[in-house]
Design a protein around this ligand. Sequence first.
Ligand code: PEP
Length: 253
Amino acid sequence: MATRSKLVAGNWKMHGSTAQNRDLLDAIVSRTAWLEKASIAVAVPYPYLWQAQSILANTHVSWGAQNVSQYEKGAYTGEVSAAMLVDFGCRYAIVGHSERRALFGEDSHTVALKFRAAQAAGLTPILCIGETLDQRETGVTEQVVAEQLDAVIELTGVNALSSSVLAYEPVWAIGTGKTATPQQAQDVHAFIRSRIAAHDPAVSAKLRVLYGGSVKASNAAELFCMPDIDGGLIGGASLVADEFVAICNAAKN
Ligand code: PEP
C-alpha cells in the first residue's frame, strides 16, 4: 500500500489585508516549522500572491491561488493565467471549488479545462468535488462526485491525476459548521479512490484526497486518521492562526 503524506491547505477565500496576512503567515511559519510529515499550503487572493511569495519563499509553507483561467493568455479581461501564478511562485491552484461552481457558473468541463491549464504551466491543481445537501438527501452523492471527477479524467487522462490533489468537499459542510462525520467522509473518499483505481490502481493509491467542510482544531484529528483521508482543505479555520496551526498539528502523523 502506498504511503501518502498529509497535506493541509488553507483557502482564505476573499479575506485578508496586507497587515492581517503578515501576522497570519508569520505565525504559521514559525509555529509549524517543527512539523516534519505534513505539507502545508495557503491559497490566498490574487492581489496577495506577491506577499505570500515574499514571506513564504524559503520556508516549508507553499502557496497558491483559489482559481485560475482556463485560457493561456490573450483578450480575457479580468482573468489570471496559470503562467502568471507560476510567476509569483505558486505551487498550487484550487479548481472547481463549490463556490466557483455555484456562484460563478463553472461547470465540470470548465473546471477540467482549468485543471489542464494549471498543470500545463507546472502547477499542482487541487480539484474540488462534492455534492449539495439536496443531492445527498436524494441519494446521488456518488453520481455527482463521479461526474465531476470523470470530466477531468476524460479531458486529461487518468495519469494527470498523479500530479494533482483532490479535495472532497460536501457543499452542505462548507462554511456551515456542519462537518461530515469521519465515516461519511471516509465512505466518499473510498468511493473516489475506487473509481480512480478502476482506471489505474497505482495512480489511485498515490493520490492525496483531502477532506474539506468545516474542519476545525476540534475535529481534524478524527477526520485525518481515516484511511482514505490525506489531510484537509480548510476555509474559515485557516484564517485563525491557533486553529490552523492545531489542524496542521493533527495532520502530522
Ligand atoms: C472551503 O472553502 O474549501 C472550506 C472547506 O470552507 P470551511 O472550512 O469554512 O467549511
